[in-house]
Design a protein around this ligand. Structure first.
Ligand SMILES: [Fe+2]
Length: 504
């Protein structure tokens, strides 16, 4: 394939552009690193069984790893941002020591319309926003998060969009996900399921009051509770936390000016270093007036690892950024602010909130640059010890674009950090914890497997790696060779076998 132009920005960020036959040809006309290399979309939807395995898959590994991510189908209307790519799920299924793979687009309303027209219709996050095309002003790609609830997969968008239901075996999109009894459909990415109760703990947010709501649905998808959160204006929270009794919401000083959005149709994010971060703690079924706010050092947070109660204290672990909008680099032209925004600077951090005295304590768990932090879902909401992060190289380490170079495990009881490097030119995906079948809170917390996908930029092969969670530094127990290159993506989840496979 012949390159149609030079790539000054892409060459700087990811190196030479690889001529890929499995990617759509239109990407080669665009100088944007998030359309090439490990970010290049695939054109194929495949279903392949009996995948080749190096090493040995654990016989008791039963269930599926699902990963969502951007896979743009058509050339963008304007500058492409990785949040704009049409959502695509990649799934690896495990049973009886064997593995199979499937990938499929999320058939969103926007993608369906664009497939009919054969072109992009919706603008993306770099604008200009157009509310005549979408009530969000931009394309709801459903490309960000994925969770398993009420027997279905649910895909979610970072900007609080309209979630979709997918068949977990065929990955066929079955329509929107609606909670029975709820007026609004919109849900944010990182709404989550409490393992102990099966409840869906959800939130959404937007540019009009109420600027945030949080709620609870039962395991069958019926609304149990929903309450507005009193925020001073539109915000861009990305996650919530929960303990057995409380929900923790985020009011972060990294947001946009609505006057600029109305006037110029673009969302310009500013980190307000003079405004404290606030965390609101309310009982899971509490009212707006029950929220207790705690002020902390200004920061931004993408992802919470876990929260739990410790006597009078509520503890929240997550990855914290004190520089969510790094300086744009000269020479990166019209993509400079997007490229800067995508360079995540964050590290493992712990906040403690005293519900009796109002005292706050906060500090680093570690200073290594990591994000996409996950932990064993069985221990979500109760005291936990381990966390599994992705290592992200900083700009000065050559991290010109967002990529994951190692799996990092934290032991918060001992302070130990162990790591598995994916290798030169090999980039990972969010890793999930797959508990051993039958595990519960009486089990050892790291009794299970950690699973991720990697793509090797040396030969464009992708593999699914399965680690013993107790010893990730030993390297993967098994490497499952996938039948195609899997582009870089966002969030992943694990769904245990049993009901999942019985449903098929
Ligand atoms: Fe996220």
């Amino acid at each position: 394939m012949t390159l149609q132009r030079d790539y000054p920005i892409t060459e700087h960020c990811i190196g030479p552009v690889a001529p890929m036959a499995d990617a759509p040809p239109w990407i080669f006309a665009l100088d944007n690193p998030y359309l090439h290399g490990v970010y290049a979309p695939t054109s194929q939807e495949l279903a392949v069984e009996a995948l080749p395995v190096e090493g040995e898959l654990p016989a008791d590994l039963f269930g599926a790893y699902f990963r969502n991510g951007p896979n743009p189908r058509h050339p963008p209307l304007n500058r492409h941002h990785p949040f704009d790519g049409d959502g695509m799920l990649h799934a690896v299924y495990f049973q009886d020591g064997a593995a199979s793979y499937r990938n499929r687009y999320v058939q969103t309303a926007a993608l369906s319309q664009e497939l009919q027209d054969g072109r992009s219709i919706s603008p993306g996050v770099m604008g200009p926003f157009d509310y005549n095309i979408s009530r969000f002003g931009i394309k709801d790609t459903s490309n960000t998060d994925v969770l398993f609830h009420a027997g279905d997969l649910m895909t979610l968008w970072y900007n609080a969009g309209d979630p979709y239901r997918l068949d977990p075996l065929t990955l066929e999109t079955q329509g929107h996900f609606d909670l029975a009894g709820r007026k609004s459909r919109r849900l944010s990415a990182h709404s989550k399921v409490d393992w102990a109760t099966g409840e869906l703990l959800f939130f959404d947010y937007g540019d009009e009051p109420p600027y945030m709501t949080v709620g609870v649905a039962d395991p069958q998808g019926n609304l149990l509770h929903e309450v507005a959160i009193d925020l001073p204006g539109p915000r861009l929270p990305h996650d919530i936390g929960f303990t057995s009794h409380y929900t923790i919401v985020h009011d972060l000083p990294f947001f946009h000016d609505m006057n600029v959005l109305r006037k110029h149709k673009v969302r310009v994010l500013t980190f307000h270093r003079d405004i404290p971060t606030r965390f609101g703690i309310l009982p899971r079924r509490g009212q707006s007036s029950d929220v207790r706010w705690f002020e902390c050092e200004p920061c931004y947070i993408l992802h919470v690892t876990n929260c739990f109660e410790d006597g009078d204290w509520v503890v929240m672990d997550g990855c914290r950024s004190t520089n969510p909008m790094p300086q744009a680099q000269p020479g990166e032209g019209e993509l400079a602010s997007m490229l800067a925004y995508m360079r995540l600077e964050a590290n493992a951090y712990r906040w403690r909130f005293n519900l009796v005295t109002g005292e706050v304590r906060e500090g680093d768990i570690d200073t290594l640059n990591t994000e996409f932090n996950k932990s064993n879902p069985i221990f979500h909401g109760v005291p936990s010890r381990y966390a599994y992060h992705q290592r992200i190289p900083l700009y000065e380490e050559g991290g010109y674009t967002l990529r994951f170079t190692a799996l990092v495990k934290y032991d918060n009881a001992t302070g130990a950090r162990t790591q598995w490097d994916y290798g030169p030119g090999v980039y990972g995906s969010e890793a999930v914890f797959a508990p051993r079948p039958g595990a519960g809170r009486e089990s050892r917390e790291d009794d299970g497997y950690v699973i991720t996908l990697v793509t090797d930029a040396n030969d464009w092969q992708s593999h699914c790696l399965v680690f013993d969670a107790a010893d990730i530094a030993a390297g993967p127990l098994a490497r499952v060779r996938l039948p195609q290159r899997v582009p870089f993506g966002f969030h992943a989840t694990w769904a245990a076998g049993g009901p999942l496979f019985a449903a098929g």
